[in-house]
Design a protein around this ligand. Sequence first.
Ligand code: KG4
Ligand code: ZN
Length: 353
Amino acid sequence: DEELIVLGIETSCDDTAAAVVRSNGEILSQVVSSQADLLVKYGGVSPKMAEGAHSLVIDQVVQEALDKAKITEEDLSAVAVTIGPGLGLCLRVGVRKARKIAGTYALPIVGVHHMEAHALVARLVERELQFPFMALLISGGHNLLILARDIGHYIQLGTSIDDAIGEAYDKTAKWLGLDLSKSGGPALEQLALEGNQDSFKFKVPMKQHKDCNFSYAGLKTQVRLAIESKNIDATIPIASTSSEDRRVRADIAASFQRVAVLHLEDKCQRAIGWGLKIEPSIKHLVASGGVASNKYVRSRLYNMVEKNGLQLVCPPPSLCTDNGVMIAWTGIEHFRMGRYDTPPPACEPDDAL
Ligand code: KG4
Ligand code: ZN
């Protein structure tokens, strides 16, 4: 097996990321430039603004990834880049950059599916992880339960019928007046540590549905109503509220988190049953995506998976949230199987895409 060195580029959402990874699993560099300050300043990201932010830093982020890895483009075996799902305008910034490098240095290019990368990065972390395995992918835009049979061969067992869990974390954090400078999820996780998770009796979604699908829109509504009933004013930041008000907010955060994760446990439990019927040799469940960096989520999933006689594989937080390593690694997995595109023309006009 020839040693490969692959550059991975990720621009599907609001982080611009690049990384260089070796086929032996060694991470040579990892760079992430976040748009969190834009988020705070404007209370959200518009596609046009996000595209502008990616364009502004993409060259610098890629250069930094190469420099930190102590290599130049000439040392690369291939370039991998996220081609979806995500915001078209943002994806295009990464793809344009990848094609430029690939064209200039006559490198093969691998187009990567963002969610597949969240799942496959677990095989970089846990080298023993063989197919088939189960994966729970939990991010801002997606909630997926899949059975991974091989590279590029996935069976979807469940998905979100409305909002993903990360979206519910982000909205709840916003309504509780949390500091969003590092995105809502981590801030809510922190506040929940101070709260009583049994103080608000939110209903676990989709209990009566005998499937593996998720729904977080109803829980969001329950939380919003609870916040309104307690007269919480989100325009007053949590840092400036009374201790009584802060306690109520923490109770809501903890109660929300408990139910949000119970819903994950329920559906994973059922999916494991389904998965084992299809592939009795399954030994692992992978949990990945931004929300899987949450400690409470990790420990609850760990117990549930162990109880089912399987092993949980959960990448470290920096590889759960969006990153270039997972793109480079998925590029390596595909490249090894001959799945890549030949180099684009060296002098492609900039508007070719
Ligand atoms: O995978 P990711 O980085 O980007 C997408 O593909 O969407 O996931 C981002 C999501 C956001 O909703 C963010 O709030 C959430 O993951 N997240 C967390 C935590 N860290 C990130 N949610 C709960 N607890 C965390 N510690
Ligand atoms: Zn993601």
